[in-house]
Design a protein around this ligand. Structure first.
Ligand SMILES: [Ca+2]
Ligand SMILES: [Ca+2]
Length: 222
């Protein structure tokens, strides 16, 4: 009698936990690309501060130094997440994490949606040796000590301005961020706080461009 009771109790406990676990698994019900722009169509609808130029045969937005750009999408399908993917080009002599008395760093880049910044990091294009290295935070949020170019998808491009003829001075990244978001519209912004007070032309010393932006809405059963 007692055995049967405890057995059914265990059964109920195991079954109950399984039901609880399966009901907690979050699954994607709908995923949709609501914005994609690689600027090849020279389409800047909804874009703020979208300057285009051709670099190595590709039309891209840039190049920026101490500037912000944004793209607004007025009507989004129902969603509870946004996935934002930016193909970012980091040009010339970014100095990464170090704050050397506010002369050349930190060199920060950030991204946000609506009124909320959700990602702030640094990039470094400088050579790195065991005795001297200007670390960067990417792919993590600032502050984290990663070696220069960590997480890059291409590192062998020449610089754009100061090191325009020197290989390995533009680094390409695919920055991906998944954020919780339910508003029916969105304004995605990105910008930099670059520091190079000892340069006569800071924008030539270090800058960034955007080769593509993609925004996806995701609806889950959560
Ligand atoms: Ca620099
Ligand atoms: Ca700098």
């Amino acid at each position: 009698m007692i055995r049967i009771k405890s057995g059914s109790f265990v059964f109920a406990l195991v079954f109950g936990s399984l039901w609880f676990l399966s009901s907690c698994v979050e699954t994607v019900e709908e995923q949709q690309i609501v914005y994609y722009n690689n600027f090849s169509g020279v389409d800047l609808a909804g874009f703020e501060n979208g300057r285009l130029f051709v670099w190595r045969g590709d039309t891209i937005a840039g190049y920026y130094n101490n500037e912000e750009i944004a793209v607004s999408i007025p009507e989004l399908p129902p969603h509870n997440y946004l996935k934002i993917t930016v193909e970012l080009l980091i040009h010339d002599t970014w100095d990464g994490n170090p704050s050397d008395g506010g002369v050349s760093g930190p060199d920060q880049w950030y991204m946000g949606a609506d009124d909320t910044e959700f990602f702030r990091t640094t990039f470094s294009n400088t050579p790195c040796a065991s005795t001297f290295c200007l670390y960067q935070s990417y792919p993590n949020n600032y502050f984290r000590q990663n070696i220069p170019k960590t997480g890059a998808i291409q590192t062998n491009l020449p610089g754009l301005c100061l090191f325009g003829t020197t290989p390995n001075y533009t680094t390409r990244y695919r920055v991906e961020q998944l954020i919780e978001h339910i508003n029916p519209s969105v304004r995605v912004f990105m910008g930099d706080n670059l520091l190079q007070t000892n340069s006569p032309d800071p924008r030539c010393d270090e800058s960034w461009s955007v080769a593509a932006v993609q925004i996806e809405t995701i609806l889950t059963n959560k």
